[in-house]
Design a protein around this ligand. Structure first.
Ligand code: GLA
Length: 520
């Protein structure tokens, strides 16, 4: 944020300097139907003291496998939690709100979850689906790559877990703490913290000295109410040159499960060296390594989200789910520039038929906050408008949301971007639809997503460098007659509209609304 901060009002500098501890609430007076202003203004209203239940409203788990679902709720503490309608074997801890245990009862359970504090009570339905499907809403969490890359350590991962809790992000549905590349021993690094035996005498993978105890690390993450993720490649080496899973797939899956990991990102990279050569690569060649690891993961007594990473080769969105992927990267790596963000984000049009509960298109991780891919970090080079566009678009796309910044140094603006429950609800909607582009006129685009309750989440985007008006006609949204329009970033009703809804959208900015039928 350095560049933006130079021209920012003093109040923002104060807020960033004092961060959370000072409790400064920054909001400019609300304006109807217009976009976030150019300066880094926090639009997300601060959560109130009364309980509010957030996060996924549908959760899938396999019979007999250990469950961890932390009820996300904002509001004053202490807070107590209860649940009615749980299958045998699962129990909700009244103090932490953690749902744990294991159940062998297959089926759909409509659980009534309650959160209570001195200010009141909130209730909500949680649909628990015990069966073969997991990852029924896009995973939300953190991944080490966009900030630390090859400089990741177990301490930094634990600090990220601590920060997920201390910042309150966990109370908005953020769950995963994922280690990316560089927890394994490196092929040829001269850094002693990356050296060591690759595997033990039985062939089991060994972490590098920065990760002395993988089980202890996963236990630590779980003890914070969060889930743990890690990374490997089907080739002999990861993209960064560390030991990967080639010819050890089953053993590696066993290690991940024994350590207690809940998420695997599986990155093609050096599989190029062992994949069939001398002929054009077939679709079967592309699928093969993912089928091998899928089968290895399926044999484990643990639910492990399987995240495919192969940058979209062979139109992976068409077959990612068939090879067991819960999500699959559709593009190359993102970086913190408008060019990268807009090229990746807006090229997702047409992928919407392939997303749904349990299988998601993944346009890569978030690039807000302090990022840097190594020891040196810098504030994202995206402008505030571009950051609102980023989060709005990724929510509309039902993309996995993986925070890529140093969470121990979250500023208020970034926190505002990541804690807007009405915006996050667009991402976590149980229907699991991905938005389609319904208008493309000049630099203006409208993307719309059907929500489970019959409403529509609609983003009006401006890809151009000049402010422009963007129009969302009822005809393209499939609407007729009067509707209620709500500004999601400001969490404020804008009134009734008889179509179209239009707004002035600043350069690289967005207006994100939800359009509801009027109560009859
Ligand atoms: C690839 C992936 C990134 C990251 C790195 C790690 O580039 O696309 O997301 O996992 O590898 O080396």
């Amino acid at each position: 944020m350095t560049r933006e901060l130079k021209n920012q009002p003093a109040r923002l500098l104060i807020a960033v300097g004092l961060t959370l501890a000072c409790g400064v609430v920054l909001r400019r007076p609300a304006q109807a139907a217009d976009a976030p202003p150019a300066e880094a203004v926090i639009l997300t209203p601060r959560a109130g003291p009364q309980p509010r239940l957030n996060g996924a409203r549908v959760f899938g788990l396999r019979p007999g496998h250990p469950c961890l679902y932390t009820v996300a709720a904002t509001g004053e503490r202490p807070m107590t939690f209860s649940a009615e309608g749980l299958p045998a074997g699962l129990a909700l801890d009244p103090c932490s709100g953690r749902l744990t245990g294991a159940t062998t009862e297959r089926g759909m359970f409509n659980v009534r979850v309650q959160a209570r504090n001195i200010r009141g009570t909130a209730q909500r339905a949680l649909r628990l689906v015990v069966g073969d499907q997991i990852c029924l809403t896009p995973p939300m969490g953190w991944n080490s790559w966009n900030c630390f890359a090859g400089a990741v350590t177990a301490e930094k991962v634990k600090a990220a877990a601590d920060a997920m809790v201390a910042s309150g992000l966990i109370q908005h549905g953020w769950q995963y703490i994922n280690i990316d590349d560089f927890w394994q021993v490196h092929r040829d690094s001269t850094d002693p913290t990356l050296q060591g035996p690759h595997r033990d005498a039985q062939g089991r993978i060994l972490p590098n000295p920065r990760f002395p105890d993988m089980k202890e690390l996963a236990d630590y993450i779980h003890s914070r109410g969060l889930k743990a993720g890690l990374y490997s490649s089907p080739g002999p080496w990861t993209c960064g040159g560390c030991v990967a899973s080639w010819q050890h797939e089953l053993q590696d899956a066993q290690s991940y499960a024994a350590w207690g990991f809940d998420y695997l990102k599986y990155d093609w990279c050096s599989y190029d060296d062992v994949a069939p050569r001398g002929k054009k690569r077939t679709l079967d060649d592309l699928k093969k390594p993912y089928l091998v690891m899928r089968d290895a993961l399926r044999q484990q007594p643990r639910d492990i989200v399987f995240s495919l990473c192969q940058y979209g080769m062979g139109q992976v969105w068409e077959w990612g789910a068939a090879v067991g992927g819960h999500c699959w990267r559709t593009t190359g790596d993102i970086t913190d520039t408008w060019e990268s963000l807009s090229e990746i984000g807006f090229s997702q049009a047409g992928h919407e038929p392939f997303a749904g509960p349990g299988h998601w298109n993944d346009p890569d991780m978030l690039i807000v906050g302090l990022v840097g891919w190594g020891p040196q970090l810098h504030p994202t080079r995206l402008t505030p408008h571009e950051q609102y566009t980023h989060i709005s678009l990724w929510c509309l796309l039902s993309s996995p949301l993986l925070i890529g910044c140093d969470m121990t140094r979250l500023d208020e603006f970034t926190l505002g971007l990541l804690t807007n429950d009405e915006v996050l609800e667009v991402n976590q909607d149980p229907l699991g639809r991905q938005a389609a582009r319904v208008v493309q006129e000049g630099e203006g685009e409208v993307w719309a997503k059907d929500m489970e309750d019959g409403s529509k989440a609609v983003g009006l985007f401006n890809r151009g460098a000049q402010e422009t008006r963007v129009r969302a006609p009822w005809s393209v949204l499939g609407l007729q007659g009067k509707h209620k329009v709500r500004d999601l970033w400001r969490q404020r009703n804008l009134g009734e509209f008889d179509g179209p809804f239009e707004a002035s959208v600043p350069a690289h900015g967005v207006v994100l609304v939800r359009i509801f039928k009027l109560a009859s």
